[in-house]
Design a protein around this ligand. Structure first.
Ligand code: SF4
Ligand code: SF4
Length: 371
């Protein structure tokens, strides 16, 4: 039987770069050290969540200090071949990095900015070439809510490894939470990330993953098991981890563990139970969908209950008619359009809509809600 998955839980109450550096360093000690995970001559790829351009204060992307601390530690450990990149939903990762100061960090630590726009078919997926060409991927994810999967943390962040437009095709192919989750697990198993570092210092709740609200969680989670890291995230926000399809399928398909008996939580003060972790570091005010749906029913409910499913809608007072949502819709013929002209917000055609929530994720003005 496999050992329990270790999750390092570090209390961290600011993005001060030295503090974040000390915490991630400690986390690596708790997990057994870098050399256990990555050989010195291996090519490393840092994969932050850079979903789209947003001010650093809004918790849309992985905070640059997490990237900086990881880069600094890797350099100190003597790793030489390090790159960093992501495939954005809108715009380019290079632009996101420039606007957040991440580009200067990469320069300081001689890290290559990688372009994820070119990809190559690798098994089932068109993986961005830098992902395919790296030996060891380090997943620098962000703690956020997600309209389809309830939360996005370690497992979901790797969807950005699928090159450019192929991500949109994935949404039409895997159009419900259950099938999308299974695809994400297969993707993680294809890429085999070596480590997951989750930025939960200031997380996002509510209308995430890009239009939600900042909420202080003051934690960094680190694990070689992205399912276990996501499960701890769920516990901390009082969400039953079994309600998250990526957790359930992640364990069933052998990627990792979501059940608390199979997770060992390590802190600077020693090992603690899940109950102690929730008591000490949890936040029940985190706004997330906690409704219970039986795991075995996800598929059937999706098919039978489409009219009652969550659906996106436009907050007309916030809409600037930019059209990003229409461009982002992966459905052929589009499930929303400017049918009332460009001076009015787009209109949804719900019969066509597959509820992938790409429009809600990509709206730059937080003008799409989910009900
Ligand atoms: S809903 Fe958002 S993305 Fe769509 S047009 Fe309005 S502001 Fe732009
Ligand atoms: S309208 Fe939005 S939720 Fe519906 S299919 Fe298009 S992008 Fe997805």
């Amino acid at each position: 039987m496999r050992e329990r998955s270790k999750v390092a839980l570090l209390f961290c109450d600011s993005y001060d770069s030295d503090q974040v550096y000390r915490k991630i360093k400690k986390g690596m000690e708790l997990l057994g050290g870098w050399e256990k995970l990555i050989e010195k001559d291996e090519k490393i790829l840092l994969k932050p969540n850079l979903v789209r351009k947003a001010p650093v204060e809004r918790p849309v992307i992985t905070h640059p200090s997490i990237v900086e601390a990881t880069a600094r530690l890797l350099r100190e450990e003597g790793y030489e071949k390090i790159g960093c990149g992501d495939s954005c939903g809108v715009g380019s990762a290079a632009k996101v990095m420039e606007e957040t100061g991440m580009d200067a960090i990469l320069d300081r630590y001689h890290i290559t900015m990688e372009d994820f726009n070119q990809g190559t078919q690798t098994g089932e997926f068109v993986l961005a070439d830098p992902v395919r060409e790296s030996d060891a991927l380090i997943n620098l994810c962000k703690m956020k809510t997600h309209a389809l999967e309830r939360v996005t943390g370690g497992v979901k962040n790797l969807y950005g490894c699928v090159s450019g437009l192929h991500k949109a095709q994935g949404h039409t192919k895997y159009s419900n939470a259950d099938s999308f989750a299974r695809m994400l697990i297969r993707l993680n198993m294809e890429i085999k990330p070596r480590l997951c570092i989750m930025d939960g210092i200031v997380a996002m709740d509510g209308n995430g993953p890009t239009s939600g609200d900042p909420i202080t969680m003051n934690v960094i989670l680190m694990s070689t098991d992205p399912v276990a890291a996501d499960s701890v995230f769920c516990h901390l926000v009082h969400l039953d981890p079994e309600m998250v399809p990526t957790n359930v399928h992640g364990q069933k398909m052998g990627l990792g563990f979501w059940e608390k008996e199979k997770i060992c939580i390590l802190t600077e003060e020693g090992e603690i139970s899940m109950e102690e972790a929730v008591e000490k570091y949890g936040n029940k005010d985190y706004n997330v969908d906690r409704r219970k749906v039986r795991a075995t029913m996800w598929n059937q409910l999706d098919f039978l209950m489409k009219p009652f499913q969550k659906k996106p809608y436009i907050l007309t007072d916030k809409c600037r008619k930019c059209g990003v949502c229409v461009e982002s819709c992966p459905v052929e013929g589009k499930a929303l359009s400017f049918e009332k002209g460009r001076n009015n917000p787009p209109v949804y055609h719900y019969r066509k809509c597959i509820r992938c929530f790409c429009c809600q994720e990509m709206c730059p003005f937080q003008a799409i809600g989910v009900r």
